[in-house]
Design a protein around this ligand. Structure first.
Ligand SMILES: [Fe+2]
Length: 248
């Protein structure tokens, strides 16, 4: 049968359950058949517990992000990863607070997430990871040739799905797709609306394998101000609310 199978890809929810709700609802309206998640369910946002449960309930694949690893393994805040240009005090306070919000069941779930997942849908091979299969902390954009080459050599797939930078981007290279899904809960590309991607596969027919027919990014409107208020009411750093408002 000829038709389209739609895979929604979201990443970097960061405890923003409202944003994830809005993304999932938008995806339902657009006919998304299945969700993949590239990690970082927690840290920064005010509803990490709900974000974890909603993500694992909704997505068939969820991989581990650096914040999931740190929270799930109760990594000391002094040892946490702080990207260049970020305020360590804000990052540490957010980590400390997030750890108080999750149950032991959820911590176990986070530390049990795989660092990479591979799936085949309609003959199209997907590889999902947070940043790269060899690091959940490396910042790279799809234009970095060395990483694309290493992925091709070490992790054969047709569609590579990841996040971590919070900036959506896509590159087609030698028939393969390198897709950074941006951020659902904490965009940093100047657009504060939650972001996700839809990969549309043409269904296999007549013995032929399926293929990527279309790929697009979707931005979703939601009640951002209620999340910003929630951040402040829960005593999280003010800077987190301000950054959320401007997509920084
Ligand atoms: Fe992240």
């Amino acid at each position: 049968m000829v038709g389209v199978y739609r895979i929604g890809v979201f990443s970097d929810v960061h405890g923003n359950a409202e944003a994830l709700e809005a993304v999932l609802e938008d995806g339902r309206r657009r006919g998304v058949d299945e969700w993949l998640c590239a990690g970082d369910l927690v840290n920064h946002g005010p509803r990490p517990s709900e974000a974890v449960d909603m993500a694992v309930r909704s997505a068939s694949v969820v991989v581990m992000g650096n914040r999931d690893r740190e929270v799930g393994n109760d990594v000391d805040e002094a040892a946490m990863f702080v990207p260049a240009g970020r305020d360590p005090a804000v990052e540490r306070e957010a980590l400390r607070w997030t750890k108080t919000q999750l149950s032991e069941r959820q911590n176990a779930l986070l530390r049990g997430l795989p660092s990479i997942a591979t799936e085949v849908r309609l003959g199209v091979r997907f590889a999902v990871f947070h940043s790269t299969p060899w690091s959940d902390e490396e910042y790279w954009e799809t234009g970095v040739e060395a990483n694309r080459r290493r992925l091709r050599d070490e992790c054969p797939a047709d569609v590579y799905c990841f996040g971590h930078t919070h900036r959506p981007s896509v590159m087609w290279d030698d028939g393969r797709v390198f897709l950074n899904a941006g951020s659902c809960g904490r965009p940093r590309d100047g657009d504060p609306r939650p972001c996700y991607a839809v990969v549309s596969l043409s269904r296999s027919h007549g013995g032929c394998p399926g293929s990527v027919a279309a790929l697009k990014f979707v931005r979703v409107r939601y009640d951002l101000e209620s999340v910003a208020r929630d951040i402040l009411e829960k005593g999280l750093p003010r800077g987190l609310a301000e950054a959320l408002r401007v997509g920084a």
